[in-house]
Structures are given as structure tokens and as C-alpha cells.
Design a protein around this ligand. Structure first.
Ligand code: PLP
Length: 392
């Protein structure tokens, strides 16, 4: 059966194929890509400020990443965790060192949602409590636990008959509401320190510290979901580093693999001490090709000074791009939300006509930018000029 995709402003869903029709798609046909540029079949060159939902950290065709993947594919493309492999040990060691805080153990998985499910499982195992608090505006993934903790999912797409545990949502940045939601019944609080789908919304140090204090007081675990904001996107290894807060667990994915599917759960020594043989599991997680690209991504971020680049170029975006229909900005680093005077979807469509790909979010007046870390000021100038020429 061939299904027709639903129509949405600026996006073309008209073609027919055998894929499940669940994704709205951009009307572009990418044939190849290099650096921050996408090349389409009909000869367009499009500046990618969205990076495949925050995934393309090194951009396209990065030589070190391509070499690492190719060499690993040639030497040994797969062995599961039942077989020890140097590349897996090296990737975990490199990730722990990159994080540079009180995290000493890694469990590799395949996706952001899977990392979150495993973090939750550790929290339930350790506390034997039935409740988790999340934050309004959050997105944590599509699986039962992660979906139950995603703001608005129950009304839109959750789909399961019930949440697998008790859930409540704390209003964003409302420190005074924390105590009512985080109690002796709470196994964990899960928070994106900078929300992604929530419109590149920065939770701020005060709120995050208040969450950490309350978790300590009641014996709940603090999970930072850095699937989108982690791995250098804020200009720091993790947003946790930016705030100087070491949570009990960090989950990360997306930028971690630069397009090769992989994710990780980082655990503090306290959590790691509770991991028992056979408690967690995966077939593909920690596969050698994933581990080779994780090493390559961290190597490139460090040797090419990409954290400094993200900090510098993101400051340039904030300084120059509040023009035309843009009235302000929020977020951190290359998880930037540009506040729009009119629906961000319309501005996104107009920018795409000018060969600039951007994103939107769960909030209609936020244009979301998630560019590769190799973006330069000259690319930002193209965005600024396109925005400045638009109707405010
Ligand atoms: C903050 C956050 N957590 C979790 C997820 C889920 O990740 P995945 O799609 O890899 O399961 C996402 C995906 O957008 C995300 O942005």
C-alpha cells in the first residue's frame, strides 16, 4: 500500500513511496554533501543550519570520521559486547575524559530514547520508587518511559495504554515548584539543561542547581538528557560542564556519532556501583563501528578546537542575526533559538527558498538552529543577509 504524506506549509509530502508516512519532509532531494553544504539533484547548494536534527556535528565528508569508519569496517565490522574489543574500551575512556566530571562509567546504546530508558531503569533499581519528574516542554524520546516523560506526548502520540510509572511535570525554570514535584516517592528527575524541541530553551544555572539540591535532599537521582545539547553543542563538552553541575547520569546521542547511530549513558561512580551483571543489555550498542566514530568525533572536536569555534560563531549569530523578523535569541551555543515576530514555519520556508535550511520547534515563534560545529562567520553572514531582506 502506498500512502500519501500529509501536507504542511513549506514542506512537500506529495511523493509516493513505501515508507511509513509519519514524517513531514522538506522539498529537497539531497544527492551529496560536504562541510556545511547540501547539494540537491537539481543543482541547488543549501546551507545546512539544522544538521539532520543536531546530528551532523562535524558536518559532511569529514576526513577523520570517514577514515575511522572505513578502517573499522575493513578490520572488523561487528562483535557484540560479549567479545572484548580495544576500540570499545578506548571510546569509553575517551568519552569519560571528554566529559571531564564525576562520570566514570559508560553504557553504549543506539539511540537517545534507549539511553534515557536505561538511565530510568538504573534510577528505579537504585531507589525502588515509582515516580519520575520531568520538565514542561521536554522531549525525551518515543519509547514508553521516555515518551511518558515527554511534554504533550500523551495528548499527541504516546499511544501506549498507560505510562509505565508515575510522572509529573515541573514548570520550566520555576524553582518554587520543585519541592511539590520531587519527593521521597521520586526515583529521578530528568531534565534537558538546554531544551531542544522545547525551542532551544536554556534552563539556567539557578533552576538546575535547585533541582540538584532537591534531588540530594530526597534521595532522587538527577539525569541530564544531553541527547541534543551534549557533545559540544553548547560550546562545552556537555551543558553540565557549562553550568558546573555534575548530575548522577548523563545521556547523549546525536552529535556523538555524526550520523552513525550511537548513544551513551554516562554514570557517576555512585550509579556505576549499582550496575550488576546482566542488568542492562543491547546487541548493537557499543559495536566497533560506533565506537570508532565516537573516538573520531571526540578527536576532531579536540584537535580542531571546535568547542571554541562553537562559542565564537554562536556569539556571532546572536550579535548579527537579530534582524528582519527576528527579535531576540535563546538557548546556548549551536542550540540557538531565534525568536520570530511571525510563525517560524513561514520564515523557515522563506529561508529554504533562499537555500538556507533551518529548523522549528514545539514553540511556534522559535526558529531553531543546530548547525555543524564547523560553521564559520561567513556562513552566518548569509543567514543574516537573508533575514534582513525579509518582511519583519
Ligand atoms: C533531548 C532529546 N532526548 C531524547 C531524544 C530521542 O532521541 P532518539 O530519537 O535518538 O531516540 C531526542 C531526539 O530528538 C532529544 O532531542
Amino acid at each position: 500500500m502506498v500512502l500519501r504524506r500529509p501536507r504542511r506549509a513549506g514542506l512537500d509530502m506529495s511523493h509516493q513511496d513505501h515508507l511509513a508516512p509519519v514524517f513531514a519532509q522538506y522539498p529537497i532531494d539531497v544527492q551529496h554533501a560536504e562541510g556545511v553544504w547540501l547539494h540537491t539533484r537539481n543543482g541547488r547548494r543549501i546551507l545546512d543550519l539544522y544538521g539532520g536534527h543536531a546530528v551532523a556535528s562535524l558536518g559532511y565528508g569529514h576526513p577523520g570520521w570517514t577514515r575511522a569508519l572505513t578502517q573499522q569496517a575493513q578490520s572488523c565490522n561487528f562483535q557484540s559486547n560479549a567479545v572484548p574489543m580495544d576500540v570499545r574500551v578506548r571510546a569509553a575512556e575517551r568519552l569519560v575524559r571528554f566529559a571531564g566530571m564525576d562520570m566514570d562509567t559508560v553504557f553504549f546504546v543506539n539511540s537517545g530514547a534507549e539511553a534515557n530508558e536505561n538511565a530510568l531503569k538504573m534510577a528505579f533499581t537504585m531507589t525502588k520508587r515509582p515516580h519520575v519528574a520531568a520538565i514542561e516542554g521536554s522531549f525525551h524520546g518515543r519509547t514508553p518511559g521516555a515518551g511518558a516523560l515527554t511534554w504533550g506526548a500523551a495528548q499527541k502520540w504516546f499511544g501506549y495504554p498507560r505510562a509505565p510509572f508515575d510522572v509529573s511535570f515541573i514548570p520550566r525554570k520555576d524553582s518554587s515548584a520543585i519541592a511539590a514535584h520531587v519527593t521521597e516517592n521520586t526515583a529521578a528527575v530528568i531534565v534537558e539543561p538546554v531544551q531542544g524541541v522545547g525551542g532551544a530553551f536554556d534552563m539556567g544555572a539557578e533552576f538546575l542547581l535547585a533541582l540538584q539540591r532537591r534531588c540530594k535532599d530526597v534521595g532522587a537521582l538527577l539525569i541530564f538528557d544531553e541527547v541534543q545539547c551534549g557533545m559540544g553543542r553548547t560550546g562545552y563538552p556537555f551543558a553540565a560542564n557549562m553550568y558546573g553541575i555534575s548530575p548522577d547520569m548523563i545521556t547523549t546521542a546525536k552529535a556523538l556519532g555524526n550520523g552513525f547511530p550511537c548513544a551513551a549513558l554516562l554514570m557517576s561512580p555512585k550509579v556505576a556501583a549499582a550496575v550488576k551483571l546482566d542488568a542492562l543489555g543491547t546487541t548493537f550498542g557499543g559495536g566497533p563501528m560506533a565506537c570508532a566514530v565516537i573516538e573520531a568525533v571526540i578527536e576532531a572536536i579536540e584537535s580542531e578546537h571546535l568547542l571554541e569555534r562553537v562559542q565564537r560563531v554562536s556569539a556571532y549569530i546572536r550579535k548579527t542575526c537579530v534582524v528582519g523578523p527576528i527579535t531576540g535569541h535563546q538557548g546556548a551555543g549551536f542550540l540557538t533559538g531565534l525568536i520570530t515576530t511571525r510563525p517560524a514555519k513561514a520564515i523557515q520556508a522563506e529561508l529554504l527558498e533562499q537555500n538556507i535550511l533551518t529548523g522549528t520547534s514545539g514553540y511556534s515563534n522559535v526558529l531553531r538552529l543546530l548547525p555543524p560545529f564547523v560553521l564559520e562567520e561567513q556562513h552566518v553572514d548569509l543567514l543574516r543577509d537573508a533575514l534582513a531582506a525579509m518582511r519583519a
